[in-house]
Ligand binder design. Structure first.
Ligand code: ATP
Ligand code: F6P
Ligand code: MG
Length: 504
């Protein structure tokens, strides 16, 4: 096990005081190497500055290969970029995690700003890049693949990029596919991933062996929380073996439940696609006496798609999400609400929960005399994620891919890339894998949904107060962590922390 994960940043910020990690390191030493506290202390690379400024930095190849030579960035000779006023990102530029501050606020957590650097750590003919997609489908996967390939070729003169087929297991069970700007030219117009994808089959040892055997020195791993955890362990093994190989994650999830980042790619497309289903349900419901339309959307643990689809549509009478408990029977329950809405409007549209709920509603109204209903159930689950990405997601995917490859060329590794408050940043893997984002039902966004649908919130006054209290405790805990007032707590089981998740 390495001693400490705290190292000076490779460029700039070196003279700034390193954060005092006494507490966490002491906790790490006192705990077994595999304990969460030990892992936490080993993984973090923090630097401090003035007024409570903290940089949660990402690893760099020179952290363990200090003698690596650098080369001028070929982008400076690229005619397309000759008009750019400032070619390169200042090495000291960082992106703040919190943009709403008070006069007395500490500056808080920052991440390294993404973008091209003046010096790169790879020669053009040295790069052998690989791209892999894992997990479920998401609109935009092909665009990210395309733009990684085209960006590497066009901006950095790279001529060796391969695709790994069928997710992680493709590293050791399949041949690679050569990827060129020509072969990927039209793929952004298709849904899915041209590389194929899978769940399961992550064997870190075999994957790293495959990287070595194939001479791959940049690996771009596109996938959700599970995939990013996998990327993190690949990075750790690559580092343990002292390999010159940048391991880069591009976060993907249709559910938009990745912590820290503004939004995941494909989410906008999914919300837009969901409108078609909601519209169909609304038209069906409106056209029948006591018509009910039920639409099921994706989001196993988090209801962002349902929440945004509801707000976008305004045709939804009730939006049900995993974060907001509801009850069916009795006073204030969902069935009572449906009955009232049908009496008032003659129809209604409900989002989520699907077949089970549809059956319950049917059973309920069957028992009632003189209250015939017509219920139509629409399940567009896979339709909203199998489509090609829309225009804004295409642009977003392009920037993501470019940020990713600029980071790899600049020698960064063990990071994931995404916008934070509108600026692309390099984020350590642990920040996006330790917690899943949830809809915070004590936030204003959920209140906007309740306001637009006029549905009951199904919670007692006491429930709401408890949730607010949980959120306050959570914020206090984070603030104390930042100031080093307490040792970090073990990573929470995301399935149990939905009431205290930080706001999106
Ligand atoms: N903790 C982990 N360590 C190593 N590999 C992992 C880990 N969790 C998941 N993986 C691997 O990552 C890949 C994708 O994981 P998973 O099926 O959870 O999808 P995901 O990346 O979370 O995407 P989605 O958003 O669709 O859920 C699988 O090959 C799986 O074996
Ligand atoms: O059916 P699959 O491919 O396993 O994917 C379904 C799941 O993947 C996700 O899209 C992302 O984790 C979930 O919302 C959904 O429940
Ligand atoms: Mg997942």
């Amino acid at each position: 096990m390495e001693a400490v994960g705290v190292a000076p940043a490779p460029t700039g910020l070196t003279e700034k005081k390193l954060l005092d990690l006494k507490d966490s390191l002491a906790a790490a030493k006192a705990s077994p190497a595999s304990s969460p506290a030990a892992k936490w202390a080993v993984k973090k690379k923090l630097a401090g500055g003035d007024a409570g400024y903290v940089l949660e930095d990402v690893p760099h190849l020179t952290d363990y290969l200090p003698e690596l030579p650098t080369y001028p960035n070929p982008l400076q000779d690229n005619p397309a970029y000759s008009v750019v006023k400032q070619y390169f990102v200042n090495t000291d530029d960082t992106v703040t995690q919190k943009i709403v501050v008070h006069k007395t606020s500490a500056r808080g957590t920052h991440f390294r700003r993404a973008g091209p650097r003046q010096r790169v750590y790879f020669q053009l003919d040295e790069v052998n890049a690989a791209i892999v997609t894992c997990g479920g489908l998401c609109p935009g996967l092909n665009t990210v693949i395309r733009e990684l390939v085209c960006g590497l070729y066009d901006m950095y003169g790279v001529t060796s990029v391969v695709g790994i087929e069928g997710g992680y297991k493709g590293f050791y069970s399949r041949n690679t596919i050569p990827l060129t700007p020509k072969s990927v030219n039209d793929i952004h117009k298709r849904g899915g991933t041209v590389l194929g994808t899978s769940r399961g089959g992550h064997d870190t040892g075999k994957i790293v062996d495959s990287l070595k055997d194939r001479g791959i020195n940049q690996v771009y791993i596109i996938g959700g929380d599970g995939t990013q955890k996998g990327a993190s362990v690949i990075y750790e093994e690559v580092r343990r073996q002292g390999l010159k190989c940048s391991v880069v994650g591009v976060p993907k999830t249709i559910d938009n439940d990745i912590a820290v980042i503004d939004k995941s790619f494909g989410f906008d497309t999914a919300v837009e696609e969901a409108q078609k289903a909601i519209n169909a349900a609304h038209v069906e419901a409106e056209s029948a006496e006591n018509g009910i339309g039920v639409v099921k959307l994706m989001g196993r643990n988090s209801g962002f798609i349902a929440m945004y689809a509801t707000l976008a549509s305004r045709d939804v009478d009730c939006c049900l999400i995993p974060e907001s408990p509801f009850y069916l029977e009795g006073k204030g329950g969902l069935l009572e609400f449906i009955e009232k809405r049908l009496k008032d409007n003659g129809h209604m549209t409900l989002l989520d929960v699907g077949l089970w709920l549809s059956q319950k509603i049917k059973d309920h109204f069957k028992k009632k005399h003189n209250f015939p209903i017509t219920l139509k159930y629409i399940d567009p689950t896979y339709m909203i994620r199998a489509v090609r990405s829309n225009a804004s997601d295409n642009v977003y995917c392009t920037l993501l891919a470019h940020s990713a490859l600029h980071g790899a060329m600049a020698g960064y590794t063990g990071f994931t890339v995404a916008p934070v408050n509108g600026r692309h940043a390099y984020i350590p893997f642990y920040r996006i894998t330790e917690k899943q984002n949830k809809v915070v039902i004590t936030d204003r966004m959920w209140a906007r949904v309740l306001c637009s649908t006029n549905q009951p919130c199904f919670l007692s006054h006491e429930d709401v107060e408890n949730m607010k209290h949980d959120d306050d405790e959570h914020h206090l805990h984070n603030t104390q962590l930042l100031h080093g007032d307490i040792s970090p707590s073990p990573v929470k089981d995301s399935s149990k922390c939905n009431r205290s998740a930080e706001a999106a």
